[in-house]
Design a protein. Structure first.
Lengths: 445, 445
């Protein structure tokens, strides 16, 4: 019987990071990554296949990343695990023994129970090349594309598809504006206006009641009574943890329907760890279960799980949630809690705002506007979150804010922090957004 | 007699930040900023006047920044301070009473004692418009420009002047490579090669022994015995604190020849504070005097000084030193201590390195390579520094490292930190440089 010291199930962000990290920490152990997809995709790059990148081939996660670390890859599906014997069994009939097992089976599209959703030309956005190839093929002929769901994936698909395809695009979102699960209202309205200006129709708040058609989709009936034409639809209503295998083998499942793990990423089987979208998460702020599922969190959890396989070395402090997107050239990003989320968690807050250009003087090339908001707990002054909109450099600035959150910095500390500045690369030292926004919070409203 | 509650002397990064901060913290106090220059320049933008910006007018620090805060500006020179009476006296004959005084008189070029340095067409790089206008005028006719000093200013001038002027440019640097006071050797060699490829001649290690000419410079005699033609020269050998006024009025001067201040930015006169290039600095790492002088440090110190005018509110933890530059499209940046500096301070260190693209997949537009090195103290794992080279996003990534240093994060903490990632804005979650470089340091060499 085959054997690998460490077996990893799943080959996306968590699985790949786990493979590399295991090889770094245990260069003497054999690491085997088993995934069912012949080609692995970069998950966050999927929307960009349909516009900026132009092809699925440009969005592949190269096997060399895993193989270069000395880990092996097996293309097969794990269908069972004999936990007592510490053996995985694959669809291809392999039986492979392990010492430690990491489950990183990711997430799958959540399919809402809308009548008619099974009709032809309606696609959930699956993270596999075969399904996406079909979407690409059908998009070429589509005249009216409806995207159900105005979250990150829905909005990124809308923004990318409008670049490459002639179809009229309509996004249907249940909340009053797109992206409202992520950002405070002001940014959501800005994102909505940007996409509308680019010709994307956004119907919000609105709900798809049923799909109309005869085998093939022809239209969408909305809760408001309106009907819109649609010869193609994409379902972008979110993802749910893929726990099929974990449930089958009797691992505990938590309240968010993900595999239950402790702060060391251990499941209820001491030899099985889980990380990434399939694993339960809890909030950095209050330890409560969290529905945040991000590739960056998956990679972080994989680094923790891998380091802990043979003894506890790293503790998971919970998800902060740092993410960004770009719609028609404008960046939207959040680290930690939005104002709305902070209030919902029961915090009394103080907010500091700043707006300015990200170069100095503003006449330097590539100068763009950046709007920043920092959110602090009122009593302690500890930073809870930061939200920004505008310049591309915001994609890295948000990470500085994430770092400050992770160390529970106060508005006072941030106001006197040292930020390196350069005319061609950043805002000016006088007007650098982070200390200025913190200062505005220090002095209060 | 005129009176302002708060008088600020000097109108560059420290003075302007102080004026704004004072108005924020004490909206009932009158704030008067006195500067001698009719037009204030953005100090770090000065090299860019000669290439990217193309004119001095595009690099002015608008008075609206100060006036918009409710502070006043007086164009005049403070020539004396009657400390007992708390009155400043200007060259224009004004006597102005103050409650609190902030001195932010900046720095002036240090002129090396090279024979012939007084000849015509040899210019120190002064931070005033009149002098720079003359430099601009003369550059137009120059055929052979020698820049003495290959630090930041010298290299930025070389890189910018080559874009706009026909003169052959030679940089003469005493150390083996340019930028060696700032970066580890590898980056210095890379910067040297980049500029050489762009046609800039760099002579290092080499020293200017004297200027040759007859009233007007005609050439440069080097310590090696070589002579090179030069019909124009720029002196970029660094700046020294401008303490003329402070010395005259009897303020204590420290070991770096800057105004002595405590951790609250107070001078030995309890009503006089100093900040920016004219004020003494000490290292975040060991409290020893530091010669780092940066606009971003000046702004930080101004925020501390201003908040402390009427009672101690903010303590200065010392200079970390976060800076960046860009030469011919390649960013060079450092936060904290380089490997060389850490060793010189007596640390035993561990280094973690990482290299990769700053987008994912690498086929996304604007993808650039980034090379990162993080430096940790061996025993504790506390981060001491980070050095990077490559992508423009490095200008903000270095600030995240600065934040980590300020909170004394360990390699272990950084290895499991959460970095938000996006295909169009950052490296991939698997290959994000900061946790990966930290991980390499965790597992050791």
């Amino acid at each position: 019987m085959k054997k690998a010291h460490i077996v990893i199930i799943g080959g996306s962000a968590a699985g790949v990071t786990a493979a590399i990290t295991c090889r770094r920490h245990y260069p003497d152990k054999e690491v085997l990554l088993i995934r069912k997809e012949r080609e692995a995709l970069i998950p966050c790059g999927i929307p960009y296949i349909f516009g900026t990148l132009g092809s699925i081939e440009k969005n592949l996660l190269p096997d060399a990343v895993v193989k270069g670390s000395g880990a092996e890859i097996l293309i097969d599906e794990v269908v069972d695990v004999k936990r007592d014997e510490k053996i995985v069994i694959t669809a291809g009939g392999e039986r492979i023994a392990y010492d430690k097992l990491i489950i990183s089976t990711g997430s799958v599209p959540g399919i809402p129970p809308i009548p008619g959703i099974d009709m032809d030309n309606i696609f959930p956005i699956e993270k596999n090349a075969e399904s996406l190839k079909k979407v690409m093929e059908r998009l070429k002929g589509a005249s009216n594309l409806v995207i159900v769901g105005g979250g990150f994936i829905g909005m990124e698909f809308a923004d990318e598809c409008r670049k490459s395809f002639k179809a009229k695009i309509t996004v249907v979102e249940m909340l009053p504006h797109p992206l409202m699960l992520n950002f405070d209202e002001e940014l959501c309205i800005a994102a909505e206006e940007i996409e509308k200006k680019m010709g994307v129709d956004i119907m919000a708040p609105e709900r798809v009641e049923s799909f109309i058609g005869n085998g093939k989709v022809k239209g969408v009936r909305l809760a408001s009574g309106k009907e819109i034409e649609a010869d193609m639809a994409l379902i972008a209503t979110g993802y749910v943890p893929n726990t099929k295998l974990a449930e089958k083998i009797g691992l505990e499942i938590g309240p968010t329907k993900a595999i239950k793990v402790d702060r060391y990423m251990r499941t209820n089987d001491e030899n099985i760890f889980a990380c990434g979208d399939c694993a339960e998460k809890f909030s950095f702020f209050d330890g409560k279960p969290s529905n945040l599922r991000l590739a960056s969190i998956a990679a972080m959890e994989a680094r923790i799980a891998s380091a802990n396989l043979f003894g506890p070395r790293r503790m998971n402090e919970g998800v902060i949630g740092v993410f960004s997107t770009i719609l028609s050239g404008t960046v939207f990003a959040l680290a930690g809690l939005s104002e709305k989320e902070a209030k919902a968690k029961g915090y009394e807050i103080t907010v500091g705002k700043w707006e300015g250009v990200n170069r100095h003087p503003g006449s330097m090339p590539e100068a763009e506007n950046l709007k920043l908001k920092l959110i602090f707990e009122k009593g302690t002054g500890v930073i809870l979150g930061g939200e920004l909109m505008g310049a591309k450099s915001g994609g890295e600035i948000i990470n500085m804010i994430g770092t400050a959150i992770s160390k529970r910095m106060t508005a006072e500390e941030i106001a006197r922090s040292q930020m390196g500045t350069h005319p061609a690369l950043t805002a000016s030292p006088i007007a650098y957004p982070i200390p200025n926004a913190a200062e505005m919070a220090c002095i209060g409203p």
